[in-house]
Each structure stands twice: as structure tokens, then as C-alpha cells.
Design a protein around this ligand. Structure first.
Ligand SMILES: [Zn+2]
Length: 146
């Protein structure tokens, strides 16, 4: 083993990259339905939750939502997520936008870069077509509802 590969192994261990890399994202239909319903109920406020999921054989499978204390607010829900609980299968986050844009704000992009690998923004009218997924770089990525 060369020094470089040892270094890379340590880094990938520390960053958790060896267990978290995925090529595809699947989200349970039930989770999608729940997110859409909560987004509608929270309007005109934002709601925010964490996404619970695991990566198996290159597929990140989102299986549940984890709610944070503090409920909804009209002051940028994303800030509250800094109270992120230490749950080891947190894959990322979801939050809603009042309005028809699911583009990440500067605060969203900063948050994405620091927390998790997969993030959803739901805009009005809060249907399946208004869910946009992003990676930690704020780049739009595909997902499949299963
Ligand atoms: Zn946002």
C-alpha cells in the first residue's frame, strides 16, 4: 500500500464517502405524499425536515422524514436545521418554498454544501412536479419515486 492510498483511505473513512456514494436516488411514494401534504399545510410558512435514508449498492433510498423541534417559520426554515440531530442515516434535507420557485437561495446553497448529500426543495403548487432535488453542490439531480 502506498502512502497516498493510505491517505485516501483515511480521508474517505473520515468523510464517510466510501459508504455514501450513490448513482441513483429512490424516494418512497409515502414519503413524497407526506412531504407534499405538510408543505401545503405549512403554507404560507416553510416547513423543513431531514431525510432519512440508506445507500445500498449505489442506490440512496429515502424512507422517512425526521422532524426538528421548532415547527415552521416564515423566517427561513433552513436555519433551524442547524439543530440537526445525530442520527447516522440522515441523508439530507427537504424544505418548502412559498411561491413557485424551487431554486435554492444563497442560504440554501450554503446549507447544502455543509450538510448531507441530497436535498429537496418543494415549491407551489406542491405536487410531485414541484419537487426539485439537488446534490451538495446545489446541482439539480434526478430521483425516482418508488
Ligand atoms: Zn430555500
Amino acid at each position: 500500500m502506498t502512502k497516498q492510498s493510505m491517505f485516501q483511505r483515511i480521508m474517505s473513512y473520515l468523510l464517510g464517502t466510501n459508504k455514501k456514494i450513490f448513482q441513483e436516488v429512490h424516494i418512497d411514494q409515502e414519503v413524497v405524499d407526506e412531504m407534499l401534504q405538510i408543505a401545503q399545510e405549512a403554507y404560507p410558512n416553510e416547513f423543513v425536515a431531514l431525510l432519512q435514508g440508506k445507500t445500498r449498492e449505489g442506490v440512496l433510498h429515502i424512507e422517512g422524514l425526521i422532524f426538528l423541534p421548532g415547527e415552521t417559520s416564515n423566517q427561513g426554515a433552513v436555519m433551524k436545521i442547524f439543530m440537526m440531530p445525530l442520527v447516522d442515516d440522515v441523508a439530507g434535507s427537504v424544505h418548502s418554498h412559498p411561491g413557485y420557485s424551487a431554486s435554492p437561495s444563497n442560504a440554501d446553497l450554503f446549507f447544502f454544501s455543509k450538510n448531507g448529500l441530497f436535498h429537496l426543495i418543494i415549491s407551489q403548487p406542491y405536487d410531485e412536479n414541484s419537487i426539485i432535488a439537488y446534490n451538495s453542490f446545489g446541482e439539480q439531480i434526478d430521483f425516482k419515486i418508488v
